[in-house]
Structures are given as C-alpha cells and as structure tokens.
Design a protein around this ligand. Structure first.
Ligand SMILES: O=P(O)(O)OC[C@H]1O[C@H](O[C@H]2O[C@H](CO)[C@@H](O)[C@H](O)[C@H]2O)[C@H](O)[C@@H](O)[C@@H]1O
Ligand SMILES: O=c1ccn([C@@H]2O[C@H](COP(=O)(O)OP(=O)(O)O)[C@@H](O)[C@H]2O)c(=O)[nH]1
Ligand SMILES: [Mg+2]
Length: 735
C-alpha cells in the first residue's frame, strides 16, 4: 500500500509574509478545516497552493517556505499572479462557483480564464505525477481541480484516483450552459471514484454524464471502454471530538482564563439575562444568503416587536475572494444593511446586530458557538455547511436550536433542526419565534439525536468510507475488463466443447451472427451462416438456440424451415425442432398504448428514428439518425421513460442503437435458464453483443463460457472483436 496524496487548491495552512518573515495561519473554509484532521493522522502528502503568488515570494525566502510547508506534510504548486487571477479568481470563482450554486447570472464565460484554468490544472497534475508512485492513492478535491484526474490518468494510467466535489453539482439544465461542459466531465472521469455530499448532486452529475457524453450509466456506475467509474455520495462530517472536547474544556475555564471575546459576551448576558444570542457564521459569500438573512431579521423584528432588546444577532462574516466584484458588492451591501438595521432599531442599551468582518481563531469560534442560544444558517445554496454541524457538536448540555436552510447539503442529515426556506421570510420569522420559545427538553431531544449522528459520521469515518470505496472500486474495475479470447483460450474452449457429453449453446443474432443494417430486415442471414448453423445444430448431443430480441415473424421466415431452436422477443416465444412458436412467458401488453404516443413524439422529433412494434414489446430504433443527436435523444427518452414506468412492471433495455420497453420478467437470462434446467449439460456457451445479452452472462452458471462481441462493459468472461471472429469461433466447434 503506497501513500495517499491529497490535492486541493488551498493547503491546510496559508502563508503570509510579515516583516521579512513567514507566518503560517490555518486556512478557513470547510474543505481545509475538515480534511486537516484526516491529514494529520496518516501517511499523506498534501499538495496545493500556498496562498502566495510567485511575485509575492522574495527569492531569499523560497527555501524557508518549502520548509514551513513540509513541516505540515505539504508541498506547494507555484502560481503567478496572472495564473491566480485566471484560475482562482477567474474560472473557479467567477464561472464554476456561481454556476454550480445556481447563480447563473453571475457566471462569466471567458475563454482566457478557461485557458488559464486548464494550464493551472496541468500544473497541479504535474506536481502529483512528480511525487506519485504507481501504488499511491490520489485524492483530488473540489471544483478548482476538475481536470486534474484525467491529466494524471494520462501519465499514470493504473493509479488509483478519487475525486470529491465539496460544492453542489447543479442540474443538467444549469450545467449544460457551460461552454466547456464536455471537457469538465471528461476531466472528472479520469477518476475511479467521484464523491458528492448528497444523493441529489450525484444524480445531477450522472444525468449530465449520460446526456452530454452519452455514456452508459447503470445505477451509479459509469462504463468506459476499459474502466468503470463509481459515483457515490459521502456526506462530509466534522472532527466531532475536537469540537465537543473544546467546548467541555471551555466550560471549565475560570473567568481569568476566558478570552476577551468571551468576557464581552458574558457582560452582555449579565446585563440582560433573558436576552437571546442568535449566531450566524459564514464566509462572506453571496451563496450564504447573508444579505437576505439581514432582511429577514429586520422582518422578524417588525413582525415580533416584543423581541426588541431581547435578541441580538451576531454575524461573523469571514473575508473571502475579495478580488471578485460580486464579493465586493456584497461586502458593501452587508455593511449598509447592518448600518441601516442597527440605525433603525438600536436603543441606548441595545444594538440588534453585532457584525464582525474577519476570520476568528478556533478558540473564539468555540466562544461564539457555546454562548449562542440559536445558530441561524440560511445559505441560498451550500454544498454542505460544516458550521451547522460544529455548532451542534459544541452544545455540551444539548441545549441550543439550529435553524438551517434546506438548501444546505447538511439539511439532508439534520432533519431534527428547524429547516427553513431562506426565501420565505414569513416562515423564517415564525421559526425564530419558535426557536426562542422552544422548551429546553425539546432542544435536548433534538440535539441528542443530532449529536449521536454527527459523532458517528465524523470526518474520519467520511474519509475512511471514501478511501475504502476507492480501493474496492479499483478492484472491481480491474476484473471488469473481460479477457480477449487468445489462441490458447480458444484451444481450451474448443477442446472442452469436443470432449463434452451434452452441450447447450445460446447465440444472439444481431451484432453477433450478422452485422447491423439501417433497415433491420436487410440484416438477413447469408448462405455461409446457414451452413455454419446447420452444421452445429445437427451435431449429436448439441442443443443450439438462437436467442434474439427480434419478432417471431422475422425468425419464422428466416429460420423455421431450418428447424433451429429459437427464442425470440427476449424470451416471450420459443420454437424447437421446427414447431410453430409458442409462448414461453405470459406477459401483459396493456401498457403499450400508454408508451406508444411517447415513442411517437420522439420519432417526430428525431428524423430517421422509427418504432418497431413487437408482440409484447416496443422498440425505438435510432440507427439511422445522426449519431450524436440520436444518442442525445436516447438519453432524453431514457429519462422520460424511467419516470413513466416507475410503477409498472416494465423495464427499458438500452440495446445497440435501440431502446426497448418490455415486461421486466422477460429477459434472455431467464429464458436461457429455463432451457438449462431441462437437461444435464456439461458445456454451456452464450455469445452476444449488447446489453440485453448481459442477462444471460449474469444468470447462467459460473462454469458457462460467456463471450461478449466488442470490447464494452460486460459480465461475460471473454470477448471477441466482431461478427467475423464469432463465425471463426463457432467454426472451431464443427471442424
Ligand atoms: O478557498 P476559498 O476560496 O477561500 O474558499 C473556502 C472553501 O469554500 C468551499 O467550501 C465547501 O466545502 C465545505 C466542506 O466540504 C462545504 O461544507 C461547503 O458547503 C463548501 O462551500 C470550497 O468548496 C472550498 O474549495 C474552498 O476552499
Ligand atoms: O472565522 C472563522 C470562521 C469559520 N471557520 C471555519 O470555516 C469552516 C466553514 O466551512 P463551511 O462548510 O461551513 O463553509 P465553506 O466556507 O466551506 O463554504 C468551518 O469549519 C468553520 O469552523 C474558521 O476557521 N474561522
Ligand atoms: Mg445482439
């Protein structure tokens, strides 16, 4: 097991130059604070940006800076001012950040900053490659580095790469507006595992992958030619113990040991013992809804005037990304709002809002958390929001009320808090009122549940879950690429075939025995194929079945005179030894009239596509359409159908340029297993090219020889390249 390399834009510490010397200060923000506890525990290297540009670093300090970082297990990527502008202030925080948080109108699409983003991502990737060995595990963090996984993959094809996105992944409708959406997705797909905070972000991401890249997605796996990528949600936790221990320790301090801030807080509590402190802590970011919160607070004071002089809002806004114009505007807006509200409501003995615009050290955060009766966090969108979790963790006597926006990722796990919609002022005002009135017992009940959960799903557990999922995934992916049939393997299979006592063969038709045609009727069998099938089926002790999704009329015409055994429409019909087709499965077809109009509307909008109406299924073919367009429509149809059929016993099969809707209890695997049960077979063989054949590969016994045509995702043991190789392989059985 090699080392772990963590890579993020920001390192756990930020360097500053003061009076010719270097000072290291802890980084603020969820990623750095959360991962820090993971990093300090193990054998890991953290690569990131020091916070200083090349221009800011005097030559004589270069060595000292490297030393300072290496003391923290870190190593830096050097960035010039121009790079920081284009990459960090530019593409990361003026394009991706607003877009992914649904602030579409703030998003700027500038080609120059995209180019710098690419260049800087390459720098990060190169820094990893320079330090990594093949058995290391790379964990890339966040939206600033979305191209890094693929860039590393190109240099180190076998290394394990995980990626975690700390911010939301927006819905397809939003993400599609990004001019470089394809490149971003491809960059991420260099990973083996991609993690999100919530299932919703994961779902949005998968839908974009399906619709923009047209890739095969099954549950939460993405199939590439030679790898599988797993996508999953891992809600990030906090270092619970660190916060609860700090709060306990804080409680035991004597007056003299308390911080200046704590003493001020105490003085205010003493002067107005009934007054409540409401706390809000965030980076000064438009996604955090600080301005809205101030307006809502004003509304609350108007709606519930009895709380004048009884509540105080403490706002800690941490300076962030202040080179981005939106952040500067927000700063001005918040300053003005605080001034106006305080001006409007203050009395001689009461200022409703205390406003701090700075970053506070850990000790002061604990002062604020432990002194506040209510924490009020109302982001308009937030990937997770760790402050919410930290507040609850510090409540040693379990009192305190958390009011949390339902738009924060954390809301998914903190149902016992008071969840609000940050745009609904009426609801917010009433909720603050409810929080102030909430009996102690109820507060404790709610926090008890929350604390237990936070303690269990702490940041260490989060990191371990992610890492072990990454290890598993790497193994799955390795075993996924099935083996190409080498000459040696072919000899072995032929030998087993010839020495077996009773054989059972399942052979798919389209894409396996015959190539594809724009018109399916034209893909008819040729003489060579008839000869081959005649020879196999007439062998002693050999049960050969052609197994296909085609309709029974076509197969009757082509093969009934030949008396081959046939299973068609995926297993609805069977014909053996030249008998008429009879039903193998009893299936309903009343759903068809509901689905047909949907397919028709897709035919109308997708020139070249057409519907094939089979007896018990409907297929929408798009072989003749423009490939990209067809793929796009197929993903769209898939989305529509999946929601339409959710409650029926139907499934959608994604075949080769065809989507078929049929009863769930009919598939080739089930049909094949019924044949397998009829006799004692010591050689079972199945070959096929598409998704629908996977049912056979999965359900037939492990000893079966299963062969996929074409290198694609498969459960088959082996693969061959194309229809020519299929015939070559089958010929071996009769030579
Ligand atoms: O590095 P900055 O530009 O100063 O910004 C600070 C960090 O902000 C973001 O944090 C996110 O991660 C948290 C933990 O997963 C999550 O709780 C929060 O909702 C996110 O906004 C950003 O993702 C980081 O990259 C920044 O470093
Ligand atoms: O003055 C401050 C204010 C906040 N934080 C920390 O910054 C993080 C903020 O993370 P969150 O997930 O809430 O939001 P983000 O800033 O990452 O969007 C939390 O761990 C806080 O403890 C800090 O270190 N100093
Ligand atoms: Mg086929």
């Amino acid at each position: 097991m090699g080392k772990t390399i963590i890579i993020s834009n920001r390192l756990p510490i930020q360097l500053q130059i003061h009076n010719g010397g270097i000072t290291a200060i802890p980084s603020v923000g969820g990623l750095a604070t959360g991962m820090k506890s993971v990093h300090s525990g193990g054998d890991s290297l953290w690569i990131g940006w020091s916070g200083l540009t090349d221009e800011e670093i005097p030559e004589n300090l270069v060595g000292d800076i490297d030393d300072a970082l290496s003391k923290h297990g870190s190593s830096k990527v050097n960035l010039s001012q121009q790079e920081v502008d284009g990459f960090y202030y530019g593409f990361s925080n003026r394009t991706v950040w607003p877009l992914f948080h649904y602030f579409l109108e703030y998003s700027e699409f500038e080609i120059e900053s995209w180019e710098t983003y690419k260049k800087v991502n390459q720098k990060f990737a190169d820094a990893i490659v320079a330090k990594a060995d093949d058995d290391d595990t790379i964990w890339v963090h966040d939206y600033q580095l979305m191209l890094v996984p693929q860039m590393v993959r190109e240099k180190l094809p076998n290394i394990s790469i995980g990626f975690f996105l700390h911010i939301p992944f927006p819905s397809f409708e939003i993400f599609r507006t990004l001019p470089w959406r394809k490149e971003v997705l491809e960059g991420l797909l260099g990973s083996d595992l991609i993690g999100f905070h919530t299932y919703d972000y994961e779902r949005h991401f998968l839908s974009s992958v399906r619709r923009i890249l047209g890739l095969d997605v099954s549950f939460n796996d993405i199939y590439l030619e030679d790898r599988i990528i797993k996508v999953d949600s891992f809600p990030m936790g906090i270092d619970y113990k660190k916060f609860s221990d700090a709060a306990l320790e804080h409680q035991q301090r004597s007056k003299a040991e308390q911080s200046e801030l704590q003493q001020r807080l105490n003085n205010h509590k003493e002067s107005a013992p009934d007054a409540k402190f409401i706390l809000s802590i965030d980076r000064l970011d438009y996604t955090k809804g600080i301005a809205k919160r101030l307006n809502a607070f004003e509304y609350f004071l108007t709606k519930y005037p009895q709380y004048k002089e009884k509540v105080r809002l403490i706002i800690l806004a941490v300076p962030s990304r202040s080179n981005v114009p939106q952040y500067q505007l927000l700063k001005r807006e918040v300053d003005e709002l605080v001034g106006r509200i305080n001006g409007e409501f203050s009395t001689v003995s009461w200022t409703p809002i205390w406003y701090f615009y700075r970053s506070m050290p850990f000790e002061n955060l604990i002062d604020l958390y432990t002194s506040s009766d209510i924490a009020w966090l109302t982001p308009i969108r937030d990937g997770m929001n760790l402050v919410a979790k930290e507040y609850v963790a510090t409540r040693t006597d379990k009192t305190g009320v958390l009011i949390l926006s339902e738009m924060a990722g954390a809301a998914n796990e903190m149902n016992e808090s008071l969840l609000i919609n940050p745009n609904n002022f009426e609801q917010i005002a009433d909720t603050i009122h409810q929080a102030i009135q909430m009996p102690k017992e109820e507060q404790q009940e709610r926090n008890d549940v929350l604390q237990k959960r936070l303690e269990r799903y702490n940041v260490e557990r989060w990191a371990n879950d992610f890492m072990s999922s990454l290890t598993d995934q790497k193994e799955n992916s390795r075993s996924y690429v099935s083996r190409k049939l080498s000459a040696q393997l072919l000899d072995k299979i032929t030998d087993d075939y010839k020495t077996s006592k009773r054989r059972l063969l399942f052979i798919d038709y389209d894409g396996t025995l015959a190539g594809f045609h724009n018109n399916p009727q034209k893909a008819s069998p040729d003489e060579e194929l008839y000869d081959l099938l005649d020879a196999i089926s007439s062998q002693e002790n050999t049960d050969m079945y052609l197994i296909s999704g085609r309709d029974k009329e076509t197969f009757t015409k082509w093969f009934l005179p030949k008396k081959y055994n046939m299973i068609v429409e995926h297993g609805v019909w069977i014909s053996e030894n030249g008998a008429e087709f009879s039903m193998l499965e009893n299936v309903k077809k009343d759903w068809m009239e509901k689905i047909l109009p949907v397919l028709e509307s897709f035919v109308d909008r997708t020139p070249g596509s057409f519907i094939e109406e089979k007896n018990y299924s409907l297929a929408w073919h798009y072989r003749k359409t423009d490939p990209d367009f067809g793929q796009k429509r197929a993903s769209e149809l898939n989305t529509v159908l999946t929601s339409l059929i959710a409650n029926d016993d139907l499934s959608v099969l994604n075949g080769n340029k065809v989507m078929e809707i049929k009863s769930s209890n009919v598939n080739k695997g089930r049909a094949a297993m019924r044949m397998y049960g009829k006799n004692d077979y010591d050689f079972v063989f199945a070959i096929g090219d598409d998704w629908t054949d996977e049912f056979m590969f999965q359900e037939l016994p492990k000893t079966a020889v299963t062969v996929k045509v074409g290198l694609q995702k498969t459960s088959a043991k082996y693969y061959v390249d194309g229809t020519k190789d299929v015939r070559k392989l089958l010929k071996r059985f009769i030579d």
